[in-house]
Design a protein around this ligand. Structure first.
Ligand code: CAA
Length: 380
């Protein structure tokens, strides 16, 4: 593993940074306030291949690697955490499981338009009673002829109210516990698929997070992903990828907060000099920079393992846990350096502070990451 980015990765970083500064940053405040889903930004990101960074070119992607994916998500999240996670979910939680477990027909039909950004995907695992205890699924899927009939409620679905297609997890055999869960590719236009509610949240306001109701939703049997009974494994395998994406998002938010704090501390004059001259402020900036660097290395290690076909469940949890809690500390310091202005909606750090919070919760809380890490420590 190389600690430095390759020249190709540096070029990708430069391209995505320029794009983020020009196209994404100017809209970040507006979409945070309005909650509007950034469709046009996603369309423009798709033109550069950012909706399918590591998806093979044969299925509409850019054919790059997972390190490139972390660079894209970090750089976009540095200026807008909502846009960052929308892109991450489209690739890691939607395209990835189909690439890994889908038939050739499923890949052609579903991965290709989503990787090209023509369609939006989402991932429906969580239910009102199945958050951290994700195996406690109540949504059912009953085979009837050449269809499955799905009934249940899915909660906290990122992209849920705007998605064209969803990966839905449901119980096909209630006698088998987690081994009775199966995964389905469900077009949101299928009869019985309904957006029940759009969530009003503390942050990442433009992500169209929704509750989904499935009422006798008719799904063709050919849309079963993998075999019956392997749905929970697909869900957890997929979250390995998703968690690396959230680690990238958190690292990006923290870097954005540091950028803002660096700029502000050199402009803000108190006691006759810029506050960046004061050791109390310098120490905060130094701690932020140090921790961001550490998170980035953990993130790159997890991405490198993805690219080298190694199991990286623990590394993904380590990266997500550290990056998300680090981002909390970084955003806290950035607001502190801004003083009263940091508490104002006129300053980006106020949004970053709110946006960061979810990175410690979704795609597995910090407690679940610790559980995964500790299990691994104790099993060897
Ligand atoms: N890859 C492949 N297989 C895996 C796996 C992985 N990463 N992790 C586990 N498995 C397999 C196990 O080997 C096991 O298979 P066998 O029974 O054949 O041995 C099976 O899957 C079940 O695994 P566990 O026994 O470890 O499952 P568990 O029920 O004990 O606990 C858990 C798992 C870690 C607590 C898990 O439930 C979990 O991660 N919970 C958090 C859920 C979560 O992250 N939800 C976020 C949803 S997405 C979201 O936030 C919304 C959004 O839109 C962004």
């Amino acid at each position: 593993m190389h600690l430095e980015l390759s020249d190709d990765h540096k070029m990708i970083q430069k391209t995505v940074r320029e794009f983020a500064e020009k196209e994404i940053k100017p809209l970040a405040h507006e979409i945070d306030q309005s909650g509007e889903f950034p469709r046009e930004s996603i369309r423009k990101a798709a033109e550069l291949g950012f909706t399918g960074v590591y998806v093979p070119e044969a299925y509409g992607g850019a054919g790059l690697d997972h390190i490139a994916q972390t660079i894209v998500i970090e750089e976009i999240s540095r200026v807008c955490a909502s846009t960052g996670v929308i892109l991450s979910v489209c690739t890691t939680l939607f395209c990835d499981p189909i690439l890994r477990f889908g038939t050739e027909e499923q890949k052609q039909t579903y991965v290709t338009p989503h990787a090209r950004g023509e369609k939006i995907g989402c991932y429906c695992l969580t239910e009102p009673q199945a958050g951290s205890d994700a195996a406690n699924q109540k949504t059912t899927a009953v085979r009837k002829g050449d269809c499955y009939i799905l009934n249940g409620t899915k909660a906290w679905v990122t992209n849920g109210s705007v998605a064209d297609t969803a990966i839905v997890y449901a119980v096909t055999d209630p006698t088998k516990g987690p081994k009775g869960i199966s995964a389905f590719i469900v077009e949101t236009g299928f009869e019985g698929f309904k957006v029940a509610k759009e969530e009003k949240k503390m942050g990442i306001n433009a992500t169209a997070t929704a509750e989904i109701s499935l009422q006798d939703c008719k799904v063709p049997a050919k849309n079963l992903l993998g075999e019956e009974g392997i749905g929970f494994k697909i869900a957890l395998r997929t979250l390995d990828d998703g968690r690396v994406g959230i680690a990238a998002q958190a690292t990006g938010i923290a870097q954005g907060a540091l950028d803002e704090a660096l700029g502000y501390s050199q402009e803000r004059v108190q006691f006759g000099q810029p506050i960046s001259n004061f050791q109390a402020v310098r120490f905060m900036l130094a701690d932020m920079a140090t921790e961001i660097e550490a998170a980035r290395l953990l993130l790159r290690r997890a991405a490198w393992m993805q690219d080298n076909a190694k199991r990286y469940t623990v590394e993904a949890s380590v990266a997500k846990l550290f990056a998300s809690e680090m981002a909390q500390r970084a955003c806290h310091k950035a607001v502190q350096i801004h003083g009263g202005y940091g508490y104002s909606r006129d300053y980006a750090v106020e949004r970053m502070y709110r946006d960061q919070r979810i990175t410690e919760i979704y795609e597995g809380t910090s407690e679940i990451q610790r559980l995964v890490i500790a299990r691994n420590l104790l099993s060897t």
